[in-house]
Design a binder for this molecule. Structure first.
Ligand SMILES: [Zn+2]
Length: 364
């Protein structure tokens, strides 16, 4: 039964103080208290994948090695039958199951009636990722999931009905970000500049519908119970990357983007808009919305207005806050996950606290 026990989930269950770090061999758990020697100064390091750990405390007895069994034994101070019963009980509590595999694949069949500017499909047609994406910690898996393209010199061609002539828009040296509607039909796209020299960081195609009418990655949120809402596409990708490190969350939680903090819609019934898309997701099982937007003082009224709109749609709304100057597109996965768990339920009282104390109302 120990093989099926998720050690990290067990630490959470027992309220053990630990922090997640990245060691030489990947994810490592740094535990405050050593149950064997009693050392209390963060000297235990545990590798959850290998199920082994070690205590570096000076007064630790000869054998410093831990495995999951030895840790549970020392922690509970139980032996034999009593220990076996304990392990059985916590395993049941944690839902005895093999680890969920952290592989993601979108099941939505994507349709593209409109044309993207000539570009390479990054995960399928390029050997290595553009440096901009590597620097942001993206993988081929993520590029595939979000269907990202690289435009070396692509152009968007459109008909200018006022001038009565064909025109072109240059999308050179940009990461192409397709935006799909909930049915997986290509609605529009964005091009993100990677040179740092372009006049506009994000370029939108003229004559196609505004991206602000769609929920970015909404097609992958159909049927999910919880969404984490970011602003731009790279915020959404950053949250997805963080969720990959949390096998307990990622089958149920999907990040989506609203291209800004204002939610479009709510007035015209038939219009294609974001509130309409949220309501469609609700009909497919969406219950919880966690807003993880920019945390500047001036954004608070907009966040409150949007949260109220979503409450009005019948969702449970929580507000998350990363640190100052952090956004989900660049923050380390641990911080995004921590902010997700620290998110506070939105109600009138929290709205008042936000107005009074600013973002520290969420952070503390
Ligand atoms: Zn120790």
């Amino acid at each position: 039964m120990l093989d099926g026990l998720d050690f990290e989930a067990w630490l959470d269950l027992e309220g053990v103080d630990y922090r997640v770090t990245t060691g030489k061999s990947g994810r490592e758990l740094n535990i405050r208290h050593c149950p064997m020697c009693g050392g209390d100064s963060w000297k235990v390091y545990f590798n959850p994948m290998r199920g082994q750990g070690v205590c570096f405390h000076g007064s630790h007895p000869q054998d410093k090695q831990y495995n999951v069994f030895r840790f549970l034994q020392a922690f509970t101070d139980k032996r034999g039958r009593e220990l076996a019963d304990y392990i059985e009980q916590v395993s049941l509590e944690l839902g005895y199951m093999p680890k969920v595999k952290t592989e993601i694949k979108s099941d939505v069949n994507l349709l593209q009636e409109i044309r993207l500017p000539a570009s390479l499909h990054i995960s399928r047609e390029m050997e290595t990722l553009p440096e901009y994406l590597l620097n942001r910690g993206l993988s081929k898996t993520l590029c595939e999931y979000f269907d990202l393209r690289w435009s070396e010199s692509g152009v968007h061609v459109f008909w200018d009905s006022e001038a009565q002539e064909g025109k072109t828009q240059d999308f050179s040296k940009r990461v192409m970000i397709p935006v799909y509607d909930l049915e997986g039909k290509l609605a529009t796209f964005q091009g993100r500049d990677v040179t740092g020299e372009a006049r506009r960081k994000y370029l939108f195609p003229q004559t196609l519908s505004a991206s602000g009418r769609y929920l970015y990655n909404g097609h992958n949120a159909v049927g999910k119970e919880t969404v984490i809402v970011g602003e731009g596409a790279f915020d959404v990708i950053g949250v997805k990357r963080a969720l990959l490190s949390e096998p307990t969350l990622f089958p149920f939680v999907e990040p989506i983007g609203t291209f800004g903090m204002h939610l479009s819609g709510g007035l015209e019934e038939s219009a294609q808009d974001q509130i309409g898309a949220f309501l469609k997701l609700k009909a497919k099982g969406l219950k919880n919305i966690v807003l993880m937007w920019d945390t500047e003082q001036k954004t608070i009224p907009v966040v409150i207005a949007s949260a109220k709109k979503l409450i009005g749609c019948g969702f449970n709304v929580r507000i998350a806050a990363l640190g100052e100057d952090e956004d989900p597109g660049e923050a380390p996965p641990e911080k995004i996950i921590a902010a997700y768990y620290r998110a506070k339920k939105f109600d009138n009282q929290l709205a008042m606290m936000l107005k009074l104390k600013g973002w520290s109302a969420i952070r503390n």
